[in-house]
Design a protein around this ligand. Structure first.
Ligand code: ZN
Ligand code: FE
Length: 257
C-alpha cells in the first residue's frame, strides 16, 4: 500500500510525499527541514525527488536533501536547477520503485515547467502539477503566454477524470472567491466551497482535488463555457478567441481582490 501525503511548508506550500514501504518520493521540496522531520517520524528514507519548475519555493531544499539522503532528483530539461539534478524532456518517463511517471510539458507559469502523471497508484491516477493547475485556479503567467497556459491546462484536463490532482499550494479558498465572481450560479462550485471552508476550518488540506471536480468548478478549465464567456463580455473583455478569453480571465484574476 502506498501513502500520498502533503507535507506543509512555508505559509501555503505542500511538498507531496509518496511513501511505499519505507521508501519515500517527494515533489518540489522548497525546504528540506519539514521533509527530514516527516521522514524521521515515518522511519522512512528518501529515495527520489521530482521537481516541476525552478522557483525557489519548489527547489530550495533539493541540494540539502540530495546531500543528506543520497536520493536522486529529476527536473525539467531547460530550467535553472541545483547541480546533480537529472534532466527530463516532455514525453519522457521517470521511474521510481515500480511506478513510471510520464513527463508532460506544461509551459505558462515558467517556460520549462513540467508535470508528472502516473495512471495507477493503488487504483487511481496521480498528477503532480506544480504551479500550473491549482484547485479553483491556475499559476500566474511569469514566463509564458496565455496561449501556452491554455494549451497546458487543456493537456492536463484530457487526463482521466478521477486523476488525483496534487497541486503545490493551498490557494483554494482565495481561488474560489474569484470563481464565484465569475460564475455565481455554479451549484457545484457553491457546494465545493462549503466543503473546502469546513476542511480549512478543521485544519485539513483541500487537496488533492480531482480533474472531474476541477472541470466542474475551476474557471481556468471552463473558459469556453457560455457562463464564463458571458461574465467576461459583461466586463468588457474580448472573447473573440479561446486565447483572448483565457487571457482576459487571467488578467481579471490578477486584478481581483
Ligand atoms: Zn512557481
Ligand atoms: Fe510556487
Amino acid at each position: 500500500m502506498r501513502i500520498l501525503h502533503p507535507i506543509p511548508a512555508f505559509t501555503d506550500n505542500y511538498i507531496w510525499a509518496l511513501r511505499e514501504g519505507q521508501q519515500v518520493l517527494v515533489v518540489d521540496p522548497g525546504d528540506a527541514a519539514p521533509v527530514l522531520d516527516w521522514l524521521a517520524n515515518e522511519a522512512s528514507s528518501l529515495t527520489g525527488i521530482l521537481i516541476t519548475h525552478h522557483h525557489a519555493d519548489h527547489t530550495g531544499g533539493v541540494a540539502e536533501l540530495m546531500a543528506k539522503t543520497g536520493a536522486p532528483a529529476w527536473g525539467p530539461a531547460y530550467e535553472n536547477l541545483p547541480e546533480g539534478v537529472q534532466r527530463l524532456e516532455g514525453g519522457g518517463n521517470v521511474h521510481w520503485q515500480r511506478i513510471a511517471f510520464q513527463v508532460i510539458d506544461v509551459p505558462g507559469h515558467t517556460a520549462g515547467h513540467i508535470a508528472f502523471y502516473t495512471p495507477d497508484v493503488d487504483g487511481s491516477p496521480v498528477l503532480f502539477c506544480g504551479d500550473t493547475l491549482f484547485s479553483g485556479g491556475c499559476g500566474r503567467l511569469f514566463e509564458g503566454t496565455p496561449e501556452q497556459m491554455l494549451q497546458s491546462l487543456d493537456t492536463l484536463a484530457a487526463l482521466p477524470g478521477h486523476t488525483r490532482v496534487c497541486c503545490t499550494h493551498e490557494y483554494t479558498l482565495s481561488n474560489l472567491r474569484f470563481a464565484h465572481a465569475v460564475e455565481p450560479d455554479n451549484d457545484e462550485l457553491i457546494a465545493y466551497s462549503r466543503w473546502c471552508e469546513a476542511e480549512r476550518a478543521a485544519g485539513r488540506p483541500t487537496l488533492p482535488s480531482t480533474l472531474d471536480r476541477e472541470i466542474g468548478i475551476n474557471p481556468f478549465l471552463r473558459s469556453r463555457e457560455p457562463s464564463v464567456r458571458l461574465a467576461l463580455s459583461q466586463r468588457g473583455w474580448s472573447v473573440e478567441s479561446d486565447a483572448h478569453a483565457f487571457a482576459a480571465l487571467r488578467r481579471w484574476k490578477d486584478e481581483f481582490r
